[in-house]
Design a protein around this ligand. Structure first.
Ligand SMILES: Nc1nc2c(ncn2[C@@H]2O[C@H](COP(=O)(O)OP(=O)(O)OP(=O)(O)O)[C@@H](O)[C@H]2O)c(=O)[nH]1
Ligand SMILES: [Mg+2]
Length: 239
């Protein structure tokens, strides 16, 4: 229920507030039910589902593109409008489906019922990993499970080291955090260790990566992590 505002419900006072909370709870309950179904389907098929979240421009598309040589990838692309990012994947021959939230009141996040059928469809391409590129936002996606196995939060160096304290829920719900564009840290005179400490302050057990599309070893480290997760999934599938 955190951070959940229904702008279409106007008015003030207790009855409206109560109704707002009830509607919010119903939406989240419905989301959770569909997310569980997606999670079960992907687990049964042994396909790793990764929800990539982060601010606009934090490097989500670049991150996913850098991992395409390592896995057979498919992408569900979420944006308020346009298919700019989806076209990049299509040009690379990566199966991609675009979801625009302008038909859902220009929501700043994806919800499971909006993506379920698309995620089912992507399985027909027999991918090893399906990436969801969520709508660029550090707040809204945190409440909406999409059935993912991994929630990877991308947090870029130019955003500055204080974001975990200001936007804790997204860091709290992450399974891993990639501090992106670390190649820019020296130019910006920023210390990546301060970013790491602030992330760990909010989520002490989360896995942290230092990442740059310009440094192949950082891409390989993430690929290795995701491969381990795929193997864990294969074991779960065979149970
Ligand atoms: N120096 C540097 N630039 C990067 C890196 N990763 C991404 N960029 C640049 O950052 C800009 C934004 O990257 P995108 O991958 O489009 O970011 P995004 O999160 O997908 O953006 P939206 O989808 O618009 O929210 C682009 O100009 C990228 O080339 C990096 O590791 N280092
Ligand atoms: Mg993008």
């Amino acid at each position: 229920m955190r951070n959940f505002v229904f702008e279409h419900l106007h008015g003030h006072g207790a009855p409206q507030e109560k109704r707002r909370i009830e509607v919010g709870k119903n939406i989240l309950d419905a989301n959770e039910k569909v997310a569980r179904e997606v999670h079960e389907l992907y687990t049964k098929r042994g396909v790793l589902l990764v929800n990539v979240v982060g601010s606009p421009g934090s490097g989500k598309t670049s991150f996913i593109k850098s991992l395409t040589p390592h896995f057979k990838v498919a992408v569900l692309e979420g944006d308020i409008a346009s298919s700019v990012d989806a076209k990049q994947f299509a040009r690379m021959g990566v199966p991609v489906i675009q979801v625009n939230t302008d038909i859902y009141g220009s929501a700043c996040h994806l919800e499971a019922p909006w993506v379920r059928d698309k995620l089912e469809l992507l399985l027909e391409y027999e991918p090893e990993v399906v990436f969801i590129e969520n709508v660029g936002n550090l707040v809204c996606p945190s409440d909406f499970n999409l059935g993912e196995h991994e929630r990877l939060v991308l947090y870029s160096v130019p955003e500055g080291p204080d974001k975990p304290m200001k936007y804790p829920p997204i860091f709290h719900t992450a399974t891993a955090v990639a501090i992106t564009k670390v190649d820019l840290a020296p130019v910006m005179e920023l210390d990546v260790r301060e970013f790491e400490q602030n992330v760990l302050h909010i989520n002490p057990n989360v896995r942290i990566f230092n990442f740059s599309i310009k440094v192949p070893s950082t891409v390989e480290e993430v690929a290795h992590y995701l491969n381990d997760k795929r193997q864990e999934l294969a074991k779960e599938k065979s149970k």
